[in-house]
Design a protein around this ligand. Structure first.
Ligand code: AMP
Length: 366
């Protein structure tokens, strides 16, 4: 499919380029070119791009809303957050929302920055959601640093922070949860039963509380992103999902709040996750590898060459359905999870596998 598209784009652009070039030479070659160019081009250029681009720029700039005055707001109750969001809506403001569990790093802040550039009002939630942790997981010891987080959000120009306590989100009578289905049993879901149901339940609640036009999610949590997109589509929730790229350390390790758990020795070996992903990318793009089983074995060998690292899973899947690829073809998500001592880390890479003879038969459903 990818190869077909490339061909047709190439043909189309060649056909279009010929008349354009002719037209340009006619306008620019005569000695009167400055006069003719200005006479001919000015009205057109002013009329066409300005009409299209000005409203877009205005929409992207922060509207001055009365409700946002007085610095960054903090809301702990659902009611106060909803009241604020309704006021924003009444003033015609658009809300960009970044849900988080706090302990910020540059990955979180990249989402906040993106939201800041695209909305009138930016709201961030900080909530370590008990519903998405199984027994024995790190809910209690999950890193929390509220004072530092709030400083960073203030510096980033955030308008409001929603900071509920668990009992505010899940009161005594709380009973309804979201059931994701099969997608939530794959990959991380196989090791964390109920995790994605918990994630979807809290995000659905947060969307009902914050009422944003856009929600910002990181590609770092690829399975979460796919599942939340699916939930939002399935439940017809009126919000646009904006994904942000993975922010990494210089040595390739994806930033994560859980990196603080790593011992010095584990941290030194942690870049192997990304190295394995890049190895797979090279094997696919340069070495023409198309067999996920052989490629997975190579990745595993690279990771487990360190005695500190043990692979939970390496999956090569369709990035929308999360169905495993039998042959690598089309857009393919390579995702992995690795245990480093007590800590488990995830990472992924989306690769556009070029079409080939082996892959051709599989390209249609992809
Ligand atoms: P968390 O606080 O771990 O729930 O993450 C909040 C949001 O930040 C999620 O949408 C994550 O996918 C995103 N995020 C976490 N780490 C990164 C990273 N390294 N780069 C980009 N986004 C990230």
């Amino acid at each position: 499919m990818a190869a077909g598209k490339k061909k047709s784009v190439g043909k189309a652009s060649k056909k279009k380029a010929v008349p354009k070039k002719k037209a340009t030479t006619k306008k620019t070659s005569p000695s009167k070119k400055k006069v003719t160019a200005s006479k001919a081009a000015v009205p057109k250029r002013k009329a066409v791009p300005k009409k299209k681009s000005v409203p877009k720029k205005k929409a992207a700039a922060k509207k001055k809303l009365a409700v946002a005055e007085g610095g960054m707001k903090r809301f702990q109750s659902v009611e106060s957050q909803q009241r604020f969001s309704r006021q924003v809506c009444a003033e015609g403001g658009k809300i960009g929302f970044v849900p988080t569990m706090g302990a910020f790093h540059a990955g979180h802040l990249s989402l906040v920055k993106k939201a800041r550039s695209q909305n009138d009002i930016v709201i961030v939630s900080i909530f370590v959601n008990p519903l998405q942790f199984s027994e024995g997981e790190d809910f209690e010891r999950y890193p929390r640093d509220l004072a530092r987080d709030l400083d960073q959000l203030r510096d980033a120009g955030v308008d409001a922070v929603f900071l509920p306590e668990p009992h505010e989100m899940y009161g005594e009578n709380f009973t309804t949860t979201i059931s994701v289905g099969e997608m939530a049993t794959r990959m991380c879901g196989a090791y964390r039963p109920g995790h994605f149901d918990g994630v979807c339940t809290v995000v659905a609640k947060l969307l009902g509380i914050v009422m944003p036009q856009r929600i910002y999610l990181g590609e770092k949590d690829a399975q979460q992103l796919v599942i939340l997109r699916r939930m939002i589509a399935d439940l017809n929730i009126d919000v646009r999902v904006v994904a942000g790229p993975i922010v990494r350390e210089k040595d390739g390790l994806a930033l994560s709040s859980r990196n603080t758990y790593l011992s010095e020795a584990e941290r030194a070996e942690a870049p192997r996750l990304y190295e394995a992903l890049r190895l797979a990318q090279r094997e696919i793009l340069v070495g023409q590898a198309r067999d996920p089983i052989a490629l997975t074995a190579k990745m595993r060998a690279h990771i487990e060459a360190s005695r500190h690292l043990r692979v939970r899973y390496i999956e090569m899947v369709d990035p929308e359905s999360l169905e495993p690829r039998e042959v690598l073809t089309g857009r393919t998500l390579i995702a992995l999870s690795v245990d480093l001592g007590e800590t488990h880390l995830i990472d992924n890479l989306l690769i556009n596998v070029p079409g080939g003879r082996m892959a051709a038969g599989f390209s249609a459903p992809a």
